[in-house]
Design a protein around this ligand. Structure first.
Ligand code: DSN
Length: 418
């Protein structure tokens, strides 16, 4: 059953309550390997579902456009102070609704329409909002995209520098959504300095690893850092922008009144709770365990003949090119889901297939680490992935895997489920 209990919802709207229970049960029964997902604590869930959702508070603490901010100002200040302490930054804005709006704030702060922005190409592992053509950021700005080397699957920083010197973008993004390797923030900072661009580090995927000391920090290298709060950081769905003192005002103005109205105060409270959790020593243990699990899973998959982009991982994320397994990403992902292993189909660098039917799958170990699985379980997880991929279309074989997954997970408590 969902925890905290949803007794009022069950009485008032049994239809929705049943769906909430069904989703909680689904999350309990599955090996959740979507690299951008996690399990938040019951405390984060309670804050997210609190009466703070009732309050409007356009503006910032002490400078609001509505009355009755005695409590909300304290909530937001707490979240801001914890973010500053956790990441060691001068300034934090905790109001962006999610990662894409957080990145848009960087555009509004530092670019005019038509200006050049440089970011990693989506098929190479970047994000839509880093100037990719189908996004507003690629339509209203001139996107210049770097990728990875074909032979290594890694970013070639000499290539990034050459491109930056030719194109002279005003903003450079580093980071993305499908990057299995550590990001070299000092190298990106040197390139940005050389062309006088603002470096924005989008650390949405790895924020929790950075907070826990399991990935190098961009602080001191990127003056502007955007992140969601719900991936490895294990908070509610939301975002933050961390800056040095120089860029603080421009970012605050861009978020409000530039892009948004009132912040979602229930989310802000939940972000404060998650940041409080991340400030505790056990969060560092979790962050290192996420990486250890990813490395162990990558090694076990490689042993089974899976072709890993870049050959492995430095963080929580693994990108598999399934071409050598003679199956495309989408049917494999659907078979895996039936087998109780949830991940997403994904393009791989230089993918000859289309984004809606690509060659790869992407997985991450944050949620299963929160659930309590350790390196000793990773060979078993790799075996399930292998069996599901080998049995696409054989529903009985996939159901046998799903039963084994459920049996293992029954022994691992899930936050949000009692
Ligand atoms: N959807 C997020 C992810 O899965 O990485 C990025 O927007």
């Amino acid at each position: 059953m969902h925890e905290p209990a949803i007794t009022h919802l069950t009485g008032a709207d049994p239809e929705v309550a049943a769906l909430v229970q069904a989703e909680a049960g689904r999350q309990f029964d599955k090996i959740r390997l979507i690299a951008s997902e996690n399990y938040v604590s019951a405390a984060v869930l309670e804050a997210t579902g609190s009466v703070l959702t009732n309050k409007y508070s356009e503006g910032y603490a002490g400078r609001r456009y509505y009355e009755g901010q005695q409590v909300v100002d304290q909530v937001e200040t707490l979240a801001v102070d914890r973010a500053k302490r956790l990441f060691g930054v001068d300034h934090a804005n905790v109001q962006p609704y999610s990662g894409s709006p957080a990145n848009l704030a960087a555009y509004l702060a530092f670019l005019d329409p038509g200006d050049k922005v440089m970011g990693m190409a989506l098929p190479a592992g970047g994000h839509l909002t880093h100037g990719w053509p189908v996004s507003a950021t690629g339509k209203w700005f001139r996107g210049v995209q770097y990728g990875v080397r074909k032979d290594t699957g890694r970013v070639d920083l000499d290539e990034v520098r050459d491109l930056a010197l030719v194109e002279r973008p005003k903003v450079i993004f580093c980071g993305g959504t499908a990057i299995p390797r550590a990001i070299d923030f000092p190298a990106f900072a040197a390139i940005a300095r050389e062309v006088d661009a603002v470096l924005v580090a989008d650390v949405a995927h790895i924020a929790g690893l950075i907070a826990g000391g399991a990935h190098p920090s961009p602080v001191g290298h990127a003056p502007v850092i955007t992140t969601t709060t719900h991936k490895t950081l294990r908070g509610p769905r939301g975002a933050m922008i961390l800056t040095d003192a120089e860029h603080a005002k421009a970012i605050d103005k861009a978020v409000f009144p530039g892009l948004q109205g009132g912040p979602h105060n229930h989310t802000t409270a939940a972000i404060a709770v998650a940041l409080g959790e991340a400030l505790r020593p056990e969060f560092s243990t979790y962050a290192h365990a996420v990486v250890a699990n990813a490395r162990a899973l990558a090694a076990a998959l490689a042993e089974r003949g899976f072709d890993l982009v870049s050959g492995g991982t430095d963080n929580h994320l693994i990108l598999i090119d399934l071409t050598s397994k003679l199956v495309a990403g989408k049917p494999a992902a659907k078979a895996l889901d039936r087998a109780g292993v949830e991940l997403n189909y994904n393009t791989v660098p230089f993918d000859p297939r289309k984004p809606f039917d690509p060659s790869g799958v992407r997985l991450g170990t944050a949620a299963i680490t929160t659930r309590g699985l350790g390196v000793e379980q990773m060979p078993r997880v790799a075996e399930w992935i292998d069996r599901a991929v080998a049995n696409v279309g054989d529903e009985a074989a996939l159901d046998r895997v799903a039963a084994e997954v459920r049996e293992l997970l029954a022994g691992y408590p899930m936050p949000g489920w009692a």
